[in-house]
Design a protein around this ligand. Structure first.
Ligand SMILES: Nc1nc2c(c(=O)[nH]1)N[C@H]1C(S)=C(S)[C@@H](COP(=O)(O)O)O[C@H]1N2
Ligand SMILES: [Mo]
Length: 330
C-alpha cells in the first residue's frame, strides 16, 4: 500500500450536495415523525435510490431496504459524499489504482450470492445471502473508515450486527477465531489474473472482536445496496481497525481454533499486524499514523486531522485489548 497523491481527491469535483441532501432528508423524516431516534427506531423509506446512492436493491430485497433501522452510531461526524466513497476505493481484485475498482467492477455478478460456513460451528453449509439478510432488520451505522494509508472517510453503512449473524451458526467453544475469504474469480476480477496479493483475499478476527457490537456485516451504504467497488454484495466493517481488515465480497466464513493467516499480514508482517487496530502511537515503518487526510480534501484544504486511538472508538473497544502490548500486537 503506497500513498499516492491522486489528482481525483485533490479537486473540488466532490460536491457537498449529497451531504446536504442526506441531512435534509433525515431531518425532514425526523421532523415528520417518519423515523424515530435511538436503537430500534425504524426508518420507513419509500423507495430507493436514497441519500445520493443511485442503486436500487433487487426486487427480492426491496422490502429489507425499505425498512432500515436508525441507530445512534456516528451522529457527530460529517458524512463523506457518496461520490467520494464510491470512487476512491481499495479493492485490489479490480486493480491497484484508486479508481480501478469503480472503473472495472461494473459487470461483477453479485446475485445470487452464497456464503459457505465451515469449521467449529453447529450449523455449517452453504447459505443464501438473501436468507441471511431477511432474518434480521437492516440497520444504519455511520462509521469512520481509517485506511492504513492515512486517509479516512465517514460512511453511512447499512447492515446487520456481525455477532447476530455469527451466532446463528452456533460456534463451538473451540471457535477462538473467525476467518473470512473474498471471492476468487479471475474471470470477473482482473486484479486476480496477476500476482501482487496471494489470492483469495483473507481476513480474520478473534472471536470476541467479531462478536463486538460495533462489528458490522454490511450489505449497503447511503440507504441502498453496496456498489460493486465497495465490496458488494456483502463485506465487513470494523471501524476501530485499519480499513484492510474490512474484507469485501465475502464468500467464506470459517470458525477456527488458531489465529488464521490474513492477506496483508502474510505479505508484510512487519508492516501489517493481525490486529491492525487504528493507533496514532504506532507508526507504519514507512509513514506516520499520527494524522490522516479526511476526504474529501484538496490542495487548499488538505483537511488533515489527528488520528484517534482505535479511530475514536476507544471507549467501546479498549476492553478487548486490556493487558495487551499494542506496540507489539499492532
Ligand atoms: N477483498 C478485498 N477487501 C478489501 C480490500 C481489497 O483490496 N480486497 N481493500 C481493503 C482496504 S485497504 C480498505 S481501506 C477498504 C476500503 O473500503 P472502501 O473502498 O469501501 O472505502 O477495503 C478493504 N477491503
Ligand atoms: Mo486501506
Amino acid at each position: 500500500m503506497l500513498i499516492k497523491n491522486k489528482k481525483r481527491s485533490d479537486s473540488s469535483e466532490f460536491e457537498v450536495t449529497d451531504q446536504s441532501v442526506y441531512l435534509n432528508r433525515r431531518q425532514f423524516m425526523q421532523a415528520s415523525g417518519v423515523i424515530a431516534l435511538g436503537i430500534g427506531g425504524v426508518g420507513t423509506v419509500a423507495a430507493a435510490p436514497q441519500k445520493g446512492n443511485p442503486l436500487s436493491p433487487p426486487s427480492s430485497l426491496k422490502s429489507a431496504f425499505a425498512n432500515i433501522a436508525e441507530t445512534p452510531f456516528g451522529k457527530v461526524d460529517k458524512i463523506s459524499p457518496y461520490d467520494v466513497a464510491s470512487s476512491y476505493n481499495n479493492f485490489y481484485e479490480f486493480g491497484y489504482g484508486k479508481s480501478d475498482p469503480k472503473d472495472k467492477s461494473s459487470q461483477f455478478q453479485t446475485t445470487p450470492w452464497t456464503i459457505r460456513v465451515e469449521g467449529e460451528a453447529g450449523k455449517t453449509g452453504v447459505f443464501d445471502l438473501e436468507d441471511i439478510i431477511k432474518e434480521s432488520m437492516l440497520e444504519e451505522r455511520i462509521y469512520r473508515l481509517r485506511c492504513v494509508e492515512a486517509w479516512s472517510m465517514v460512511i453511512p453503512w447499512v447492515g446487520i450486527s456481525l455477532a447476530t449473524v455469527l451466532k446463528r451458526f452456533e460456534p463451538t467453544s473451540k471457535a477462538k477465531y473467525v476467518y473470512f475469504e473474498t471471492l476468487y474469480d479471475p474471470k470477473q476480477m482482473p486484479g486476480q489474473r496477476g500476482g501482487g496479493l496471494d489470492w483469495p483475499y483473507r481476513e480474520g478476527l478473534r472471536i470476541d472482536e467479531a462478536m463486538h457490537p460495533l462489528a458490522l456485516l454490511a450489505v449497503g451504504m447511503y440507504g441502498s445496496i453496496l456498489p460493486n467497488q465497495n465490496g458488494a454484495p456483502v463485506r465487513l466493517v470494523l471501524p476501530w481497525k485499519y480499513g484492510f481488515k474490512s474484507i469485501k465480497s465475502i464468500v467464506k466464513i470459517r470458525f477456527v481454533e488458531t489465529m488464521p493467516e490474513t492477506t496483508w499480514n502474510m505479505l508484510a508482517p512487519n508492516e501489517y499486524g493481525f490486529y491492525a487496530n487504528v493507533n496514532p502511537n504506532v507508526d507504519h515503518p514507512r509513514w506516520s499514523q499520527a494524522q490522516e487526510r479526511r476526504l474529501p480534501g484538496g490542495v487548499l484544504f488538505p483537511n488533515v486531522i489527528e488520528t484517534k486511538m482505535f479511530n475514536g472508538y476507544e471507549e467501546d473497544v479498549a476492553g478487548l485489548y486490556s493487558g495487551m502490548d499494542l506496540k507489539r500486537n499492532y
